[in-house]
Design a protein around this ligand. Sequence first.
Ligand code: SF4
Ligand code: SF4
Length: 94
Amino acid sequence: MAVLINDTCINCGACIDECPVEAIVDEDDNPTDEDIYHVYADKCVECVGHHDEPACATACPTEGCITWDAIGESPEHREDITDEQRSSKEAVVE
Ligand code: SF4
Ligand code: SF4
């Protein structure tokens, strides 16, 4: 995984066009069938090489909605994010 959108998502759409690698889909295309936006972990690069911090989280108006998640299939990840931040699903932007 990479970053995670949780169930506090209000489907506002502010994040989707900010993603440089088109890793985000809306509720209609969410493969988990949850009625929220979704980040494809195998596409998300945590904005490495694109922005200083994840652009989706910067754009999101819902506090704590986008969190760090475990490193997995994603091709790039931020080296400065600790395992503890990932395992505790810490918000990407406070
Ligand atoms: S962190 Fe960056 S690459 Fe990952 S979903 Fe958000 S905007 Fe896209
Ligand atoms: S910006 Fe935040 S609240 Fe809006 S759709 Fe994206 S994750 Fe959901």
